[in-house]
Design a protein around this ligand. Sequence first.
Ligand SMILES: [Mg+2]
Length: 374
Amino acid sequence: METAVIKHVRASVVRGGGADYHDQGEGHWIDDNISTPMSKYPAYRKSRQSFGINVLGTVVVEIDTDGGHYGFAVTTGGEPAAFIIERHLARFLEGRKVTDIELMWDQMYNGTLYYGRRGIVLNAISGVDLALWDLLGQVRQEPVHAMIGGAVRDEIRFYATGARPDLAKEMGFIGGKMALRHGPAQGAEGVRAELQRLEQMRNAVGEDFWLMFDCWMSLDVNYATKLAVAAHEFGLKWIEEALPPDDYWGYAELKKNVPRGMLVTTGEHEATRWGFRLLMEMDCCDLIQPDVGWCGGLTELLKISVPCGCARKARSAAWIKCLQLPLRLHTPEQPICRIPDDGAGSRQGGSDVHTDARRRAGAGWRSVEGFGAG
Ligand SMILES: [Mg+2]
């Protein structure tokens, strides 16, 4: 069988949702007084868009072959990522066999090492890598989960992120994760306000439904410890990304401080096998949450997941779109997934897989068939 050869790599930018799910209109819960590392500045406290959370936008990666096959993926990165993809990364793909995924990843990573390693460059590499897997699935006419070992389950449990866990319960989710609204700048009053909200939700959902706080890198060890200890009474299942991602030492301390049974989770803004190795070796958390669109793509996520499996760390898909469902189907240990939710229900996407990439990028799309051939 002749192997398909990559002809073109293209990158473009779309606005409003898509991979950049913070890029929402006014009044959306995702931008309503959420605790952030910028909350210490009153001028940037009310809205994350005020400090530029949506400034990048979604980058769409499209790859085609000499035989007319087409792969597609999205991530966050906007024009800077599009520039890196077309002007720098494309050279490592064009003219290459679609099966050379490891080689292409290695050249993209090492070829950008002098200015990359994480952040926007890894977002760009992730987007290209995901489009390559999608392309390979098209060429082989197989879903991606089949190419990485096959499904080990028929169903996946989901929790929902949003402001209304009570509505998530009505919709059949197993848990609800709320964005924290108060941080160290609001002191003890902030802790009280969060506990009140948590108690209200606990009363609404009953004792077995999962409730979690996503702190979006905004706390310090002392505040996070106080919050975790007090929230234990209301059955908080985990405290997510409580500290800045570079504070491995703080995470190690927090993990020792939280009440028994409560999980410390992080990794959404971590990248590569080396970053996650640090999290594991320093015993920073109970559950890692790599974002497949940011951590290095599926090729790197597979490398990240192996030592986690050995260390018995649970893994959570921090960014569920079409891309992670196949991996969740494939991963044997404790799958915990979320769908970004608008509070009253996730937007429903379609399954028209191989047409109009730009429209799909903005559609909140989450079909299993979307990654590789369905
Ligand atoms: Mg998070």
